[in-house]
Structure formats: structure tokens, C-alpha cells
Design a protein around this ligand. Structure first.
Ligand code: SF4
Length: 502
């Protein structure tokens, strides 16, 4: 696909940032926006960014918002007028342009009453300053300075995860400002060169750039599905964790793409070797030690899973930004071999659910019996609840003492080629219980969509019918999570036999 001949392009900061990630991405953003695929995670990140930006403005008293999102000329004119007529006022989203490069600044704060010097603040929804914030801020600062603004300093306002929300809409203290003036100095002089290079890209044909690390740095590129060729069914990159990734790079450098083509003996790490052998042979491996360890767990057994949500902007008093807050659990109880009953909890009131979550959980789990989970996450959440509710701390810690984590056991003793290097329950389940299928669930099929569904359910603007259907979807999803644990335990205990039952 070629660029339209003779077409010229204005450059916004976001386009230049796209070029910094990958010149091909910039070209596609401009010429083939139809190919862009914004998944749920990307959409949620944008929504959080807007929410955080609006809150930062609310906290800056007496500011003036320069609107005209879609009218550059009007935004530039309003910015100029505001700087002339309201020199001592903070400005939100003022627009500046230099040499065809356009920026909108989150917060522009006057440093004196006459507005001779300004403090440029970029607002981010992260919990700290990230490396990729620096070129972003350098572009803003360079354009604003070239447009005639005297900047005394440049800061990133990010969320302070130590902030505890006192409630009643009082978010003073939510943001921490970090001065990055010195850090961006070396970048400022590079901005015009970046812009020139980006324009060369836009004037040319689609850059022939191969997918690589840039496709996920700093974020997953929305054109991945377009650029990345279908991988072999068993690529060397399926080797898990950091050591596996290092081995995959070494194998790729040796010309291996498909794990099945790697000769025996080339891989020596025991875990990688197990994956390699199973993949080459096309057969699962199951160590009888798994059955022995699960067999030692008596009855009753409780199979437990939590769902949590982490709000960038705390919603409930006493909570912090990005604190993992439990709102739902599912529990299958196996009172005797094969005898199951199910219980669950999901608070959709919009009120803080953590206390009721803990109380209902304690009432369900009884005093004895192993509680089977599939990660260390449930233990961390129980610890947090024990700290939050001191009167429940002893029983919650007693529950934590009964946890039996099936993940390390499975990882150590079981692998099926179809798991493709992953021991997530969603990767394992089809190999141990093919009759159960996350793909057959409704709108909620993973943790990200579970969080999105919960956020929508407790949004007062959500219609009742939609709330009801999302509630059902969440309940089905979490129920399948614990039924999957039941079936995995049975499978391992019975030496790989697939026993059904719900
Ligand atoms: S997927 Fe990778 S190669 Fe393609 S545009 Fe995005 S960053 Fe560039």
C-alpha cells in the first residue's frame, strides 16, 4: 500500500510517539487506520487515561479548559487568547504548534501572576515515571518553547499508590509530581530530527520493517495482527519464563523457528527439556508423583478462586490506587470423592464489597479441609483482607494456612504439547477436560473482561438488563474457574484419566 503522492501530513505528538515505537506503525496509523485493532486492554487504558486526566484538571483550582478537540485553528486561537487575557490562570489542554508539529498540554501552570514563566505538567495514569514518558514530554516541551512559551520546569504527574482515599470525592494527594526537567534536556534537541524523519516516512511507501521487540514496547502495537505472520504451531518462543525466552532467542539465532525441529540434546534445562520432548513426541507427560501428592490431601476439599479489580482512581474510602480489591469468589466443595456442591459470591451493589466478601467466604470454608487454589494470588488477597479487617484477621489467616496451590505441582509434574508453554488454567483445561470450554462462555472469558464487566455492572449508568446479563456472565466465568480446578485435581490424581462431573 502506498502513500497518496504529494500528500502532506501534520504531525501530532501521538503520531511522533507512534514513530518512536516503530516507523511502520506511524505509516499505518496515517494511511491504514482501518487495520488498527484496539483490544479491550487498549480501550480500558485509554478510558483510565481520560478519567485520570479529568481528575487532575478538577484538582487544579480556577483553570481554563481549551476545548476544540477537532478544530486545531480554534484551539490555537483560544490558547493564545487565554495566555494574553488570563496570564495567571492554569490552562488545560492548551494547543501549541511549531513547524507543523502540534501538541496539547495536559496542565500548563503559571509560575508568576503575569504568566511569564510556566510549569508544564503531563498527567499519567501510571504509579511512577516511566522511560517512555520522557520523549513524550520532550516533544511537548520543545514545541511549546519554540512557540514562544518560557518553561521554567517540566513534570510528570502520576498516581501516588501510597494515597489512601478518604472518601467524599476528596482526591487531594492522589497525584505525585516528579520534576523531569533535567532528564529531558538531552532529548529536546532531538525532537526536530525525529519530526523530520517521521515526515520522510509519511512521504514514502509502507516501511518494510520486520516485527520484533518494538511490537510490545512500551505497549502492544495495535497493528500486530497485521504485521506478524502466523507463527508455526509450536514456535521456539513458547518456552516459558525468562530462561526460556533467552533459549528461544538462541535457537532463533541458530535458524530454528519450530520447536519440533530442534535436535534432541540441544536443550538441557529440565523444564524446557520436558516441553521439548513432549512437543517432539506429540505426547503428554504426567509424573505419578502428582497423584501421590494430591492423594495425600484429604476431604473435604474446597476449590477456590477470586476475582479482583484495581481502580487507578480509588472508588471506595480507605483504598489506594491500583490496590487489588476482591469482589467475587467461587468455591466448589468436594465433601467426599466426587461429591460436589457449589457456592459463590458477587457483590454488584457498587458499595465496597471486601468486608462481605470475607465474611461470606469464612462462612463457606468451614474450619477444616484443604483449600485448593491455582496461584499464590489468593493468599496475597487473604493477607490484604486480614490487614484491612483486624477483627477477621485470625480466621482469614487460618484460611490462608489451609491453601494448597495446585499450580507448582502441575508445573512440576504435567505437560501437554497443546499447552504451548503455558500452565495457565485456560491452557491446561482443554488438555484435562475437553468438555469444559472457556470459549463457550459469554462475554466474560478472562480476567481482563471480568474486570471490565464488573466496572460496567457497578456503573449507575448501566441499564438493568445489561447489568443482569453481565452478572450472569461473571458468575458463569468464575464458576468455570473452580470447576476447572476440580477436574484438574481429578485428572492428576487418576493418572491422566478424564473423569467428568460437575
Ligand atoms: S506490529 Fe511491530 S512491526 Fe508492525 S507496525 Fe507495529 S511495531 Fe511496527
Amino acid at each position: 500500500m502506498n502513500a497518496a503522492p504529494g500528500r502532506t501530513h501534520g504531525l501530532s505528538k501521538s503520531r511522533l510517539v507512534a514513530w518512536l515505537q516503530c516507523p511502520r506503525r506511524l505509516w499505518l496509523e496515517v494511511n491504514r487506520p482501518d487495520l488498527r485493532l484496539d483490544d479491550l486492554a487498549i480501550r480500558r487504558r485509554f478510558a483510565v487515561g481520560h478519567q485520570v486526566g479529568a481528575l487532575a484538571r478538577d484538582l487544579e483550582a480556577g483553570g481554563v479548559l481549551v476545548g476544540h478537540e477537532d478544530d486545531l485553528a480554534a484551539a490555537l486561537e483560544d490558547t493564545r487568547r487565554a495566555l494574553d487575557r488570563l496570564p495567571g490562570k492554569p490552562l488545560f489542554e492548551p494547543a501549541f504548534q511549531h513547524d507543523g508539529l502540534l501538541v496539547r498540554i495536559d496542565l500548563l501552570l503559571p509560575e508568576d501572576e503575569r504568566g511569564h514563566r510556566h510549569h508544564l505538567v503531563e498527567v499519567k495514569s501510571t504509579a511512577s515515571v516511566k522511560g517512555y514518558h520522557l520523549p513524550d514530554a520532550a516533544i511537548q516541551a520543545w514545541v511549546a518553547s519554540q512557540a514562544g512559551l518560557h518553561l521554567s520546569r517540566v513534570s510528570i504527574a502520576h498516581l501516588d499508590t501510597g494515597f489512601i482515599y478518604p472518601g467524599n470525592g476528596d482526591y487531594r494527594g492522589l497525584f505525585r509530581r516528579t520534576d523531569i526537567t533535567a532528564s529531558i534536556v538531552p532529548l529536546l534537541e532531538r525532537v526536530p530530527d525525529w519530526a523530520a524523519q517521521a515526515r520522510v516516512v509519511l512521504a514514502g511507501e509502507q516501511p518494510d520493517i520486520q516485527p520484533g521487540d518494538q511490537c510490545d514496547t512500551p505497549f502492544e502495537c495495535p497493528f500486530r495482527h497485521y504485521c506478524c505472520p502466523p507463527a508455526p504451531e509450536y514456535p521456539v518462543t513458547l518456552l516459558p519464563d525468562r530462561r526460556g525466552k533467552a533459549m528461544a532467542r538462541a535457537l532463533a539465532a541458530e535458524g530454528h523457528e519450530d520447536l519440533r525441529d530442534v535436535p534432541a540434546g540441544r536443550i538441557v534445562d529440565p523444564l524446557q527439556q520436558r516441553i521439548h520432548d513432549a512437543t517432539r513426541n506429540g505426547r503428554a507427560v504426567l509424573d505419578p508423583e502428582a497423584a501421590a501428592q494430591i492423594g495425600a490431601v484429604g476431604w473435604p476439599r474446597y476449590y477456590l478462586d477470586f476475582e479482583t479489580i484495581a481502580f487507578a482512581v480509588p472508588l471506595w474510602a480507605g483504598t489506594r490506587p491500583y490496590q487489588a480489591l476482591p469482589f467475587q469468589w467461587s468455591c466448589h466443595t468436594e465433601s467426599a470423592p466426587g461429591q460436589l456442591r457449589h457456592a459463590d459470591f458477587l457483590d454488584t451493589t457498587g458499595q465496597a464489597p471486601m468486608r462481605r466478601f470475607a465474611e461470606r467466604l469464612l462462612a463457606t470454608l468451614g474450619k477444616t479441609g484443604a483449600i485448593i487454589v491455582y496461584s499464590a494470588y489468593e493468599r496475597r488477597i487473604l493477607d490484604g483482607l486480614a490487614r484491612a479487617f483486624p477483627d477477621l484477621a485470625d480466621p482469614l489467616r487460618a484460611v490462608a494456612d489451609r491453601l494448597f496451590d495446585l499450580l507448582p505441582l502441575t508445573r512440576a509434574h504435567y505437560y501437554h504439547p497443546a499447552m504451548k508453554g503455558s500452565w495457565s488454567i485456560k491452557a491446561v483445561l482443554p488438555t484435562v477436560a475437553p468438555d469444559l470450554d472457556y470459549g463457550a462462555l459469554g462475554e466474560v472469558q478472562d480476567g481482563t473482561s471480568a474486570q471490565a464487566a464488573y466496572a460496567e455492572i457497578i456503573d449507575p449508568a448501566t441499564p438493568a438488563e445489561r447489568r443482569a446479563s453481565l452478572t450472569d456472565a461473571l458468575l458463569d466465568y468464575c464458576r468455570l474457574d473452580t470447576l476447572a480446578l476440580v477436574r484438574l485435581a481429578w485428572f492428576l490424581e487418576e493418572g491422566g484419566r478424564n473423569r467428568t462431573g460437575n
